[in-house]
Write a protein that binds this ligand. Structure first.
Ligand SMILES: Cc1cc2nc3c(=O)[nH]c(=O)nc-3n(C[C@H](O)[C@H](O)[C@H](O)COP(=O)(O)OP(=O)(O)OC[C@H]3O[C@@H](n4cnc5c(N)ncnc54)[C@H](O)[C@@H]3O)c2cc1C
Ligand code: SF4
Length: 338
């Protein structure tokens, strides 16, 4: 009899792992709390670094994992450990007994309204990276006025690298996301002035520097090194941003039609809740803690519990998919005793 493998989270990490396990002859069970698969990527439009369609990726993964047992709109109510077995009680009353659980519960986005000074939820034309991406993906957003897009600003590091906000770590994907989104806006509105307010630019991935060069050289996007000191709204509803340009050594003030806050990636509170049920440790950045950070990133310190994707820290899509493939093989080898 094939081992039962339970995957908690039907984002791209859970889907890709399920697809690989199916190829290896297992029929994994996916538990997804929302009404569809794909996680955050199902909300995005085009993905860096190649501007791949997020919809196409999710479609391909949906097809690849369609033979798994998939529970949508389902949460884990409780997990009990009985020797080497875990009893998982689902919100729909079903109980599953398994030796192997994959945590693929992903990340949560920093709540930008916690940084009151940037005006999210207060001023009319302040949105997050996620809001803008969903707008690109066709979701209406009354804060984004497509008929007035003369000037747009991006604020980097919102809720990341910020001890006061409780997260000292870099979220890794938001510098490149800001540049990608700035270019996309510039392609839609060639006459718009676009400003990125950053302290450091962290462009670590393949082709990321090319995006930065393209943004400056081909699109004239302004990169202002300096912290935003004040955001306010004028009588016409425009957003006024004041900052210190530390490279030019002078203050800058711009009037914007839209301000985009690059909210950081945090541990999903659901991961923490589930981790507490089986005493899984959290790392110093509050994400789930791997057995170690070099050889065993996809293993937890607990026997039979594995990780893939953004539940252990900020990850790109390619990194998430690579982990998913790796963990499927790791589980298979463990089951076979190899
Ligand atoms: C604004 C933004 C734009 C981005 N754009 C790009 C890009 O262009 N290119 C790129 O490479 N990366 C991008 N990323 C990163 C990308 O979103 C992540 O790499 C990817 O979402 C990680 O997938 P995941 O499956 O690990 O997590 P998630 O996408 O968070 O999926 C987790 C899934 O688990 C489910 N879940 C959570 N808890 C439970 C529970 N208790 N029970 C059942 N189900 C549960 C959730 O509902 C969700 O479906 C972006 C990130 C942000 C914030
Ligand atoms: S990736 Fe860039 S915007 Fe995001 S936290 Fe790191 S430095 Fe800040």
């Amino acid at each position: 009899m094939k081992e039962i493998i339970v995957i908690i989270g039907g984002g791209i990490a859970g889907m890709e792992t399920a697809a690989q396990l199916l190829k290896l002859g297992y029929t994994p069970i996916i538990i997804e709390k929302s009404d569809r698969l794909g996680g955050h990527v199902a909300r995005w439009n085009r993905l860096f670094p190649d501007l791949t369609s997020a919809n196409e990726l999710v479609g391909r993964l949906t097809e690849a994992c369609k033979d798994a047992n998939i529970f949508l709109n389902t949460e884990v109510s409780r997990i009990n450990r009985l020797k080497d077995n875990y009893n998982i009680i689902l919100s729909n009353g079903v109980t599953i007994s398994t030796k192997y659980i994959l945590m693929a519960t992903g990340f949560g986005l920093f709540d930008a309204s916690r940084k009151e000074e940037y005006g999210y939820g207060i001023y009319n034309h302040v949105v997050t990276n996620s809001d803008l991406e969903m707008w690109f993906n066709g979701n209406g957003d009354e804060r984004i006025d497509s008929s007035a897009m003369n000037a747009v600003g991006f604020v980097h590091c919102v809720g990341s690298r910020d001890e006061k906000a409780g997260n000292g770590q870099c979220s890794k994907v938001c510098c490149i996301t800001a540049i990608k989104q700035a270019i996309e806006l510039k392609e839609m509105y060639p006459n718009a002035q676009i400003y990125c307010f950053y302290m450091d630019l962290r462009l670590f991935g393949k082709k990321f520097e090319d995006f930065y060069t393209k943004a400056q050289r081909d699109h004239g996007i302004h990169f202002i090194r300096g912290r935003v000191s004040e955001v306010s709204e004028n009588i016409d509803g425009k957003v006024i941003v004041k900052a210190e340009d530390t490279l030019a050594g002078k203050p800058i003030k711009v009037t914007l039609d839209l301000l985009v806050l690059m909210a950081g990636m945090l541990c999903n509170p659901d991961s923490a809740k589930m981790a507490s049920m089986i005493s899984l440790p959290a790392d110093s950045d509050n994400f789930l803690k791997s057995k170690d950070n070099i050889k065993h990133i996809t293993s937890s310190p607990k026997k039979g519990i594995y990780y893939a994707g953004a539940c252990t820290g900020p990850k790109t899509v390619p990194e998430t998919l690579a982990e998913a493939r790796s963990v499927a093989l790791e589980m298979h080898l463990q089951i076979k005793g190899i």
